[in-house]
Write a protein that binds this ligand. Structure first.
Ligand SMILES: [Zn+2]
Length: 155
């Protein structure tokens, strides 16, 4: 049985909310994207991570490119860069781009579908809806106290 996970998380990969803010934001996310009934429902709960984690898009992953010069990146280069930063718990996300020699954050690469990095996230398992709208994200961000973005994964 495959699953879809819609994950909402702060735009700043290092930022973490208070317990109250994070819990309220997760409750609002659960209301805006109710969990579907086609599988045993997983409750939508906020997660605070000790270090930064990669928020992947599962089999929705198609490609990754440089946002600065538009060059598609070799997946082997990208996965080595991610593995190297993972050793340090992603304390440092900056990499030297092989295409244009700029220093850029792994968080800001051009991922298709979107992926990201976070120390706090709210995964919504098998939501009944597709992507959240801009105003939904704005509402969650307001409750959280920081702007949020979303990643949609398929496993
Ligand atoms: Zn580049």
């Amino acid at each position: 049985m495959s699953s879809d996970v819609l994950t909402v998380f702060p735009t700043d990969p290092y930022w973490q909310p208070s317990r109250v803010g994070g819990t309220r934001a997760a409750a609002l996310a659960a209301e805006l994207a109710p969990v579907g009934r086609r599988t045993a429902p997983v409750p939508t709960e906020p997660r605070w991570h000790e270090g930064v984690v990669f928020v992947d898009c599962g089999s929705n992953f198609e490609a990754v490119g440089c946002r600065l010069c538009g060059t598609p990146l070799e997946l082997t280069w990208w996965s080595q860069a991610v593995d190297a930063r993972a050793v340090g718990g992603f304390e440092d996300l900056e990499v030297l781009m092989p295409c244009c020699a700029a220093v850029h954050s792994l968080n800001d690469l051009d991922y298709r579908w979107p992926c990201g990095f976070a120390r706090f996230d709210v995964p919504i398992w098998n939501p009944e809806r597709d992507w959240l709208e801009e105003w939904d994200l704005a509402a969650i961000g307001k409750v959280l106290g920081h702007p949020v973005r979303q990643v949609r994964a398929h496993y």
